[in-house]
Design a protein around this ligand. Structure first.
Ligand SMILES: O=P(O)(O)O[C@@H]1[C@@H](OP(=O)(O)O)[C@H](OP(=O)(O)O)[C@H](O)[C@H](OP(=O)(O)O)[C@H]1OP(=O)(O)O
Ligand SMILES: Nc1ncnc2c1ncn2[C@@H]1O[C@H](COP(=O)(O)OP(=O)(O)OP(=O)(O)O)[C@@H](O)[C@H]1O
Length: 500
């Protein structure tokens, strides 16, 4: 990419979150991730060019020096800061504006600094061998995968019902979503294939901002408001069918929607349980507490009692959960330590730099959080380490997993495009076809120190809402189901399983 020859016509809108907007290159497998500001700041940039550059550099440093060490290098792509011509950024901002969802337009793209993060496009990765079939990518924002076990937790319900499930009640009550999702992160992180399968099925039923599916770099399934087609299950199945039509199903050119979805989920579960690129670890992660189930999960309770085993310790889910669990005190136990640090910074503002509250995110920062004493000795250092740990855990709780899949049998076609012997074996077997896959974790930005009071406030609101009205919300607030699964099947997900 030559930054002095940037042309907005070579880029297209790709997606956005709360803090950044992403555009992808039409030919190269790269994306630019640009900062966003509140719309009221659109006339006057809220920070200088130097500050914006530092913010983007901090994101790169935090990802490469901190998160990559905790999550595993193979899952993390930190990218690099690029400086873009301001005219290009302005034209790009105009070009993408009409494609942006209304709910995100309370913020505007940063057109002042010219700084952006350049990353590999994880929805259209460059594969070792070129294939004819577009890559299928599944993006999951799994959220927090454990129940807090800290002695500081004041409300018993927090140790029984997970934060995501409680938050769903709050989100519906606040009008953020029309229906509650029945996805439960504790099921996804359980390592139990049936529970994971169930969790992913719930994501498909009600994706909210927790699931997106891409084909050849284009989003084909998500719940972006105003684009109903994107949430159409039949359309998703239509896209998936060519990837899963195999064996007798392929020969008869008939495969039921249930079987298709079942295979798709099974392949996804395999990738999530793998070590990221196929070396398949089997050491199970049983570290820490919180393996039990969430009482609000709709997964059959009897099965849960026998089914929690943890994910393989080198899987993406296990690494993510271990990092999330750096939040050992819960926000309720962390907040007094935040106050200790805040008080110190009020008295000695210059200490903010020495304590690395806003970076730099280097080895010293990582060391601070790794060498935290196990007990509170009343020191500032203890409080700072716990705050750093908490912020890292918050990043891990808000990141996304991207699984890229490409049918591996394609590489086995002979010169005339006919299937190989192994493919022929697949034709007559009843298992899903083999896929090559790669797994990555994205959105590993540092969470600001000053956000911590908001966390406490939100935690309080979520729990109060759940206790007040949550458990008693009318059934109508649950997803209106797609019709793919009958009521009995929703209760008993094993009906959809092939033996593994
Ligand atoms: O607080 P949560 O759990 O609602 O998470 C926020 C996310 O909401 P979610 O519940 O996933 O819809 C929220 O996502 P959405 O904007 O709702 O898509 C952001 O990711 C936010 O992070 P940041 O402030 O942009 O750095 C997230 O805030 P942090 O808590 O990570 O700071
Ligand atoms: N490297 C990448 N390759 C492909 N797509 C990406 C990449 N990075 C981000 N995206 C897409 O852009 C979307 C928005 O990016 P991202 O989640 O980083 O934004 P954000 O504003 O930081 O999110 P949040 O709301 O969590 O703060 C993602 O959901 C994903 O679909």
């Amino acid at each position: 990419m030559e930054v002095d020859k940037m042309d907005e016509n070579e880029w297209r809108y790709h997606g956005e979150g709360n803090k950044s907007l992403v555009v992808s290159h039409v030919q190269l497998s790269i994306v630019l991730r640009l900062l966003k500001y509140p719309a009221e700041d659109s006339e006057n940039p809220p920070q200088t060019v130097e500050q914006a550059f530092r913010q983007v550099q901090n994101i790169v440093d935090f990802s490469s020096n901190v998160m990559s060490c905790l999550l595993g290098e193979k899952f993390v792509h930190s990218g690099e800061v690029v400086k873009l011509p301001l005219e290009f950024v302005r034209q790009l901002s105009i070009k993408v504006q009409h494609q942006r969802p209304a709910s995100r337009r309370d913020k505007v793209m940063d057109i002042y600094s010219g700084c952006a993060l350049c990353l590999p496009n994880l929805t259209s990765p460059t594969l070792h061998q070129p294939t004819h079939t577009p890559t299928l990518c599944i993006e999951i924002k799994p959220k927090c995968g454990f129940l807090p076990y800290s002695k500081h937790v004041s409300q018993d319900i927090k140790t029984k019902v997970c934060r995501f499930c409680m938050h769903q009640h709050y989100k519906v009550a606040m009008g953020m979503w029309k229906r509650r999702s029945r996805y439960c992160p504790i099921d996804l992180f359980s390592g139990n294939r049936q529970r994971m399968h169930f969790a992913i099925r719930q994501l498909i039923e009600e994706p909210q901002n927790n699931l997106k599916i891409f084909k050849g770099g284009q989003c084909i399934f998500s719940s972006l408001e105003g684009i109903d087609d994107l949430m159409d299950l039949n359309s998703l199945l239509h896209h998936l069918r060519p990837y899963f039509q195999y064996g007798n199903n392929r020969i008869n050119s008939h495969m039921t929607s249930k079987a298709l979805l079942n295979d798709f989920i099974q392949v996804l579960v395999n990738a999530l349980l793998s070590a990221g690129s196929g070396d398949g670890g089997v050491v199970m992660d049983r570290r820490g507490e919180g393996w039990s189930s969430c009482e609000a999960s709709m997964f059959n309770k009897e099965r849960t009692r026998h089914g929690s085993q943890g994910s393989p310790s080198n899987s993406v889910l296990s690494r993510l959960r271990q990092t999330q669990m750096l939040d050992t005190l819960d926000i309720e136990g962390l907040y007094p330590l935040y106050r200790r640090v805040e008080q110190h910074l009020q008295d000695f503002p210059k200490e903010r730099t020495r304590l690395q509250m806003d970076g730099p995110y280097n080895e010293a920062f990582l060391e601070k959080l790794q060498k935290c004493p196990s007990d509170d000795d009343g020191s500032l250092e203890y409080a700072v380490s716990k705050v750093h740990q908490y912020r890292v855990a918050m990043t891990a709780k808000d990141s996304q997993i991207m699984v890229a899949l490409v049918p591996s049998c394609e590489e086995e076609e002979d010169d005339e495009g006919l299937p190989s012997q192994r493919q022929l074996r697949d034709f007559v077997s009843s298992r899903p076809p083999a896929f090559s896959y790669s797994v990555s974790i994205l959105d590993l930005d540092p969470k600001p120190f000053d956000n911590i009071p908001r966390q406490l406030h939100l935690d309080h609101n979520i729990v109060s809402c759940y206790l007040r009205s949550g458990c008693a919300l009318p059934k109508g607030a649950l997803p209106s189901h797609s019709g793919l699964f009958s009521a009995a099947e929703r209760e008993d997900c094993t009906l959809l399983f092939h033996p593994v």
